[in-house]
Structure formats: structure tokens, C-alpha cells
Design a protein around this ligand. Structure first.
Ligand code: FPP
Length: 238
């Protein structure tokens, strides 16, 4: 059967614009993040409805730790609430959760909930949701390089065994297809250290909507734009 290029298998999302959304309404930035978390739930429902198999969202970057303390703690509180809700819904939902990033700066109770959610949903065969937390793309590449160096040191592999495929198997997203489509909201047109390795051939779609306002129509618009693109992966048109 011909491969279905019309529907992306994997969508990556940079959920940008929560702060500006709040500012435009005279609300504190944290209100924007709260609305952003609601927009994420809507997005996931729409992704399931459209049979998207993988979604990777940028929830908190390694650089976000340097935001004002009250904003970081509000985001952590929101994260905890979300984890709690998702843990209680895990049984009846068919979402498989996977957290990517350097989890070491997160509090112990958050890490415990993350592990519990991953374990509880490990055998689910619906949407696979990667949540990037305390994540940086360069850091991920360094993490993979270090893992490989340790394997060489232990005599498990030889340096010449390290191919692109082997390298990719040592990233946080090991075993998953690369994103076909990246959506970034709020009009910013940057990758911002997100999935640097994985996005090499991804179609980038930038939309002006601020993340808390993202709705099904924006999803459709991004998919339509994706379908218009001609993906050649560096080859010429056949
Ligand atoms: C970018 O908007 C968004 C974030 C840094 C956080 C994204 C988080 C969510 C959507 C909530 C769900 C996540 C958790 C942790 C439960 P910005 O604050 O950079 O917006 P701005 O560019 O307008 O200031």
C-alpha cells in the first residue's frame, strides 16, 4: 500500500504565546499558562480524532528555569495538577505518556508522578504523547553522545559502529519516527533548541494564533499547509 503522506504521523508543537495572550487581556502571565494547559487538552483531543500517532510538545525548556521564580513555581504547580489529573484518567484513556528532558532539576514528587504515569500507560496503543520538560535539543545530543561514549568505554560497541541510526537510538525519542510537522504558534519563527536532531527534514509551520487561542480550525490550517508542501528529503522530484 502506498504510504499516506497526507496525514503526519508525528507532530511536534511549540506552544508559544501564553504570556502575550495574558498581557493582551490584562492578566498575569500565569493565567496564560493555565489557558495554555487547557488548549493542550483540546489539541490532544483533536490529534486523536485525526489519528495522529505521535505528538511531542515543548512544555518547559531547560532555559525556562531562568524565568522569574514565581512564574517557574506557577508552571510547576500547573504541571503537578496536570499530572494528577492524567494519572486519574490514565486507566480509561488510551494515551501513552513519555517525558523527555533532563528531569534531575525537577522536584522528587513530580519525578515520582512522571514515572508512575509512564509506567501506568506503557502498554497503551493510542496516541503516544512526548512531553518535553526541562528539555534542550543540544543537551539531548550531548546526552546521546555521552551514552555512546560510555558504551564504547565498556567495550559494548566500537566507535565505527556509531551510525546516524545508532545515534538516533540513543536520543530520548528512540524508536519513534521523526516529526513530519512542527507547529509553532504566536508568529515566532524559530526552533528554539527544540528537537534539533529530529527536525532535520520536518515541515515547519508557523501560525500567528497565540497558543491559548489554538482551536480545531488552526489545526486544520496547519494540516492543510503541511499537505501543500512537497516532501523530498533532499532528493529530486520523482
Ligand atoms: C511559551 O509561552 C509557553 C511556555 C513556556 C509554557 C508552555 C506550557 C503550557 C502550554 C502549559 C502546559 C504545560 C505544563 C507545564 C503543564 P511564553 O510564556 O513564552 O509566552 P510569551 O512568548 O508570549 O511570553
Amino acid at each position: 500500500m502506498a504510504e499516506d503522506f497526507a496525514t503526519p504521523k508525528h507532530i511536534a508543537v511549540i506552544m508559544d504565546g501564553n504570556g502575550r495572550w495574558a498581557k493582551s487581556k490584562g492578566l498575569p502571565r500565569t493565567a496564560g499558562h493555565k489557558k495554555g494547559a487547557e488548549a493542550l487538552q483540546l489539541f490532544l483531543t483533536e490529534a486523536e480524532r485525526r489519528n495522529i500517532k505521535y505528538v511531542t510538545v515543548f512544555a518547559f525548556s531547560s532555559e525556562n528555569w531562568s524565568r522569574p521564580e514565581d512564574e517557574v513555581s506557577a508552571l510547576m504547580k500547573l504541571l503537578k495538577q496536570n499530572l494528577k489529573q492524567n494519572l486519574s484518567k490514565a486507566e480509561k484513556n488510551n494515551v501513552k505518556y513519555h517525558f523527555i528532558g533532563d528531569l534531575s532539576p525537577l522536584s522528587k514528587d513530580i519525578v515520582k508522578m512522571i514515572k508512575e504515569l509512564e509506567e501506568k500507560t506503557a502498554l497503551k496503543d493510542g496516541l503516544c504523547l512526548n512531553i518535553a520538560l526541562s528539555y534542550g535539543g543540544r543537551e539531548e545530543i550531548v546526552f546521546a553522545a555521552r551514552k555512546l561514549a560510555e558504551k564504547v568505554k565498556a567495550g559494548e560497541i566500537n566507535p565505527e559502529d556509531i551510525s546516524e541510526e545508532v545515534f538516533s537510538q540513543n536520543l530520548y525519542t528512540s524508536g519513534q519516527p521523526y516529526p513530519d510537522l512542527l507547529i509553532r504558534t504566536s508568529g515566532e519563527e524559530r526552533i528554539s533548541n527544540f528537537l534539533l536532531w529530529q527536525l532535520a527534514y520536518t515541515e515547519l509551520v508557523f501560525i500567528d494564533t497565540l497558543w491559548p487561542d489554538f482551536r480545531a480550525e488552526d489545526f486544520d490550517r496547519a494540516l492543510l499547509e503541511f499537505q501543500k508542501r512537497e516532501r523530498r528529503f533532499g532528493a529530486i522530484k520523482g
